[in-house]
Design a protein around this ligand. Sequence first.
Ligand code: ADP
Ligand code: ADP
Length: 226
Amino acid sequence: MDILVTERLCKTYGKGETRVDALKEASFTVAKGEFVSIVGPSGSGKSTLLNLLGALDVPTSGKVLLDGRDIYAMNENELSVFRRRNIGFIFQAYNLVPELNVEENIALPLLLDYQKPDKRHIGELLDILGLTERRHHLPNQLSGGQQQRVAIGRALATKPVFILADEPTGNLDSKNSAEVMNLLRLSVAKYRQTLIMITHNSNYATFADRVLGVEDGVVTELGGDR
Ligand code: ADP
Ligand code: ADP
């Protein structure tokens, strides 16, 4: 089953001399549970694509269907609820709340959605992410790798169908990066989530089921099982 479908997705920034066609007619599909890596040079359109998939920006033309829903046909309210419930975002900047401890930072998206945190699930996440011993610590008492794992826990807390990650290991050394990648892979496999991840380091693309390349706004299939 295709959980994500994009149809001739285009994004143009600016006009006249400053016009940039950042994304040119991207059409591809992603199956449920797939781990797709997006690679390409700086400025090729990777973040633009990820932002459109997560409805953080609006396309110039084209469609994105997530779980059968045409996300750009929804109004602001519907979209914000849909996004909160179904999509987990992981960025290079961890954006943890400094006053909240590890456990509270992870549970935050549930509280914001008026859901009661499921203690067992949070416990499981802490365990997978190797943060159980650190659950009462504040972000500034953690190493960079640990903070990134908290950000991953937060993205997984609502059990989102999709995880969109923009270079989640960008600030980490290679040992920590490999560890974070492994944990991410384990958790999405466990909850059968679909992960779409931008990566600069092509080594980490090998963790993925499939690799999409972006070059000058054009998305192409670089390998994998379809
Ligand atoms: P990547 O993530 O691969 O580095 P981006 O998607 O950030 O690439 O950028 C693709 C192209 O779109 C680049 O040429 C960039 O300069 C341009 N671009 C990105 N965001 C904006 C913006 N908000 N306004 C104007 N141009 C932008
Ligand atoms: P990493 O290999 O993940 O980068 P570090 O060498 O930075 O780890 O940290 C090692 C240990 O020291 C970690 O368990 C972390 O919890 C602790 N630690 C790191 N920075 C701080 C800090 N600012 N305050 C308290 N503990 C810290």
